[in-house]
Write a protein that binds this ligand. Structure first.
Ligand SMILES: Cc1ncc(COP(=O)(O)O)c(C=O)c1O
Length: 445
């Protein structure tokens, strides 16, 4: 359940006092677009997106703690805008196939330098979903196998193969058979596991048993695809990922880390896999890579995967788009020059400490999850049942929206807090103080 639900949206619009112009545009939007869950109905108009903020139809601003994950360096970063202008001034905004261009090569070389371990070759494409498709196809062709392992509840994009390795019914139901050989696992649940366990080692062992059994009973798995830090901000232990990596190696399975959300500093490391001392076989990037201006994504892999010269896994019109490449290079430059990785680690720890204080104050805060500026506040009916407190979560979200803070709910009850990495300490304090008031109001109601 998200804010995109009829009744909640009307309550929110009342609270925000949406303007007649806004309501008119929402109506036109509703007539003009095909509706689809999670995207429609929409509840406000965005008129401007700048820095860590978006602005609505009445000109009110919201600290954007969602941004679909594209706002790594904030919206309209001056250096990103400059990169766009420079590129356009050079009259080089497209490169037809079989021509290369300097921005594309510079970006590929830069990624090879900053990527973990021996990952040093890339392919680019327009969006994250396509990048995941490329990674899976590469793994299949390189290994000569066709099965995949991935996690229930994961989202890896809207393409057919990406939907198949994801496991959310919204995206799959009614489409007939999914990609054959797409097997699924459960992500370790350190909070609501069916055994009521709390010891991470014991929990990991049980979930690893599941990985082992699945692998042993399904020969021919090409790749295990996953986000290193899960979409609901669950942070698996280093032990878990290191064991998974060892199992993959032992069975000739490639490990694909989908870092479309987490790459370029979001978790307090340049790439989230660095928290685990693991180098995946293929790493997928996207979202913030396009500087919140352009859709852009890619894969980074090892040199020895460069064996598909007679195949085509990324035959995209905008494969080496110079404008996208210039923007992506500007993003990485900003992350480095503004020390956003270090800043995110520090500010994220401060933010999390504040959330943990809220957990001490409010019985409704069941757990605080996440790393860096990728945090989750899991609201519960009570700490024994751990039942998801969806109505209070909705109340907290609406309270915050009315005070200029926007975020989304995950699984109905987890406040998903992912600001632009350029957010300031004062802004984090404002979020914490507003959450405190919101929790008071929602849990006393
Ligand atoms: C982890 C992850 N993988 C893949 C995708 C798909 O990316 P895109 O929407 O650019 O196709 C998303 C998008 O939300 C994502 O969060």
């Amino acid at each position: 359940m998200t804010v995109n639900q009829g009744e909640n949206i009307r309550t929110l619009q009342d609270e925000l006092q949406s303007t007649p112009d806004t309501l008119d545009l929402l109506e036109r939007d509703s007539r003009a677009f095909f509706h689809q869950t999670l995207s429609t109905p929409v509840f406000e108009v965005v008129t401007r997106a700048e820095g860590a903020y978006i602005y609505d139809g009445a000109g009110r601003r919201y600290l954007d703690l969602h941004g679909n994950g594209v706002h790594t360096v904030g919206y309209q970063h001056p250096k990103v805008l400059q990169a766009v202008r420079d590129q356009l001034d050079q009259a080089l905004s497209f490169a037809p196939r079989r021509f290369t261009n300097l921005p594309a090569v510079l970006l590929a070389e830069k990624l090879a330098r900053i990527a973990p371990g021996d990952l040093n070759r890339v392919l680019f494409c327009p969006g994250g979903s396509e990048a995941v498709e490329m990674a899976v196809m590469m793994a299949k062709l390189v290994t000569g196998r066709w099965k995949t392992l991935s996690y229930y509840g994961a989202f890896h994009g809207a393409g057919f193969q990406a939907v198949s390795i994801g496991a959310d019914p919204h995206f799959r139901d009614g489409l007939g058979p999914m990609m054959p050989g797409a097997l699924h696992l459960e992500m370790p649940d350190y909070y609501r596991n069916p055994w009521g366990w709390t010891d991470p080692q014991q929990i990991d062992e049980e979930y690893l048993r599941q990985v082992r059994i699945t692998i042993e009973n399904n020969p021919g798995i090409a790749a295990l695809v996953t986000e290193p830090i899960f979409y609901n901000s669950t942070v698996p232990t280093a032990f878990y990922w290191q064991q998974v990596k060892a199992l993959c190696e032992a069975h000739g399975i490639l490990l694909i880390f989908d870092e479309i959300y987490t790459a370029f500093g979001r978790t307090g490391k340049m790439f989230a896999c660095e928290h685990y001392d693991i180098v995946p076989d293929l790493l997928v990037v996207g979202k913030g890579f396009g500087g919140s201006i352009l859709p852009f994504a890619g894969i980074i892999g090892r040199d020895d995967f460069n064996v598909l010269e007679h195949k085509s896994i990324g035959h995209f019109t905008h494969e080496k788009n110079p404008l996208c490449c210039a923007v992506a290079r500007a993003v990485i430059d900003i992350v480095e020059s503004e020390r956003l990785v270090e800043k995110t680690a520090e500010l994220g720890a401060y933010f999390k400490k504040g959330l943990l204080e809220l957990q001490n104050e409010f019985e409704a805060v069941g757990q605080v999850t996440g790393l860096g500026l990728n945090l989750g506040l899991d609201l519960v009916e009570n700490r024994v049942s751990k039942q998801r407190a969806t109505a209070p979560a909705q109340g907290v979200m609406q309270f915050c929206m009315a005070r200029g803070i926007s975020f989304k709910l995950i699984q109905g009850n987890i406040l998903n807090l992912k600001p632009a990495l350029v957010i300031t300490k004062d802004e984090v304090d404002y979020v914490l103080e507003t959450l405190r008031e919101a929790l008071k109001s929602a849990t006393m109601a």
